[in-house]
Design a protein around this ligand. Sequence first.
Ligand code: MV4
Length: 677
Amino acid sequence: MFNKILIANRGEIACRVAATCKRLGIASVAVYSDADADAKHVSACDEAVHIGGATAAESYLRVARIIEAARATGAQAVHPGYGFLSENEDFAHACEAAGIVFIGPPVEAIAAMGSKAAAKALMHAAAVPLVPGYHGDDQNPELLHREADAIGYPVLLKASAGGGGKGMRVVERSEDFLAALASCKREAASSFGNDRVLIEKYLTRPRHVEVQVFADRHGGAVYLFDRDCSVQRRHQKVLEEAPAPGLSARIKREMGEAAVAAARAVNYVGAGTVEFIMTATGDFYFMEMNTRLQVEHPVTEMITGQDLVEWQLRVAAGQPLPLTQDQLKIDGHAIEARIYAEHPARGFLPSTGTLKHLRMPEGVEFTIHAGAGESRKAPVRIDSGVREGDTITPFYDPMIAKLIVHGATREEALARMSRALHACEVVGPHTNVEFLQRIVESEPFATGDLDTGLIERHHEALFASVKKPFKEALALACAALLTREGGTAHGASPWDALSHWRLNSGFTQTLGWLAIESSGETGSPFTVAFARDGATQTLEHDGVREAFSWSSGAGLHEYRATIGDARATGRVFIDGDTFHVFCLGHALAFEWQNLLAHAADAEHGEGRLTAPMPGKVIAVLVEPGAVVEKGTPLIVMEAMKMEHTIGAPAAGTVSEVLYAVGDQVADGAQLLVLDVQ
Ligand code: MV4
């Protein structure tokens, strides 16, 4: 076994690989870009080498620089993770040339699977099922047209060098074929530098089912069962699970054996994924083979209890596969959700920014203490490459975390996933957490009625607005605000004195709010009146006054509130004037309208302070000569049983106070004179 490896990646997969290294006593070397100097993966490794600028091209894609880092640190092998250089033949080749083990398949296997047409020819020879179609060398348009007519419409044109859904065209009718072919070839040439295409019968409502395979250098090859990754958006997987639901033992075995045959056909070594497309009746056809560890590998780890990174390291070090096919068993069901920093309401654009608050459900991080076996015992696993305080930048994939759950049955795993998603709290970038919740709780997902069109077909329901616990969340936001105003935030300001001093005489305080929708849109401003009279406290909102009480909870940011007969415990995270409330499994946000500052703003620069409405002066908080800060409360008025505090519009010195407690004042009357500094 190696004693030191370099991890040529970043984020959660670099952390994931480092965790297994730690567990096995293998030293790990991180590489990092300018943007990642303080990244989690750097601290997860024993050593780190800076490899260049923030963009991937200047860092994680620099073959020579990474090989140099491996040489300089004495790493015997390189783990490429996924993405970046993981399926790059030149990189695998350069490692070999430098005498460093590439933890991945042989260069020839990567090359064989790089061309779809060539891969299909190999698979045909190995008797792996293929979608009826044409994948020949002859690209004469008339010949292709005749082939398409023979297959029968609709057909699908695919760029041979493409992958992941790029360069595909559905052709519905023979008369559209030649135009679609020309357009597909143009796109293939510009995207992949190669205009070769293949034709397939177009399958409607297919499932994406893939098989995890592993092969060693000693002729051993096994499958670690199947995964369903049908729930995708624009070819980006959203939810993955293992095993694929609803398949008979016969289909599972046939597909597993076909996947092993596919791996053997290219002399595969290491971890690979054979991707099949499956019809509603369970017919499956080879699509492509991914020659790397996949993002969704944890669901396979959860159901098999195996650490696939450990398997990769063992195989790369020349050891035989740890288990035979007969020794591999499926235990229960696992589901993975990919939590992304993206904005569903804006077409899922990546959403960047600092993770000001990040709380994941109770679970096991994939660390030194939790190998795959451990994480299977713990039913919730979180693989993440970021911590609270880190920033999601535009340079890399905006994934925040993978949330993986296990259950004895799919139903149990599903319920656990739903709960776990409801426990995710993110403040900073927008996320897809609510979107994931809706899919997980949707009827087709719950019943396992999966196909690649699920999200599009249920678009309306998945994007409809949900009812949230508005009143409870608002009560918690008010609790957090009143707690803050009552003490710590303003220190020994006169405002503190005010709340305590008036405790038993009864008063009303107006709290101004704006609701912020998950779309980012803000509603209209509204006020909540908090009143205290002796031991009785109430909140009035929307014309309804209800009994209200609150207390700070045990944990950081935690509050308990009762409002009328509703009660809620939640966390309120305050970011500037925005109060992010997490309660009852929902995230809501309110922007505090600082009425005091607003009143001050309205008066700004004039140095005179006027009554916003007719009423009575109930407190004068300053005396002539007082030096005040901008925003310092000066006078409190009461009008229509509500309290209004007038604050200093700017820093200055109070030169004159024109009214005393108990005085009745007219609308617009000047209350005091301030000499602005
Ligand atoms: C197909 C297909 C229907 N018929 N091939 C898309 C990405 C690539 N891996 C294969 N893809 C498809 N190939 C035939 N003959 C539909 C898709 C497809 C798809 C496949 C898997 C997962 C999601 C998908 C979303 C749209 C289309």
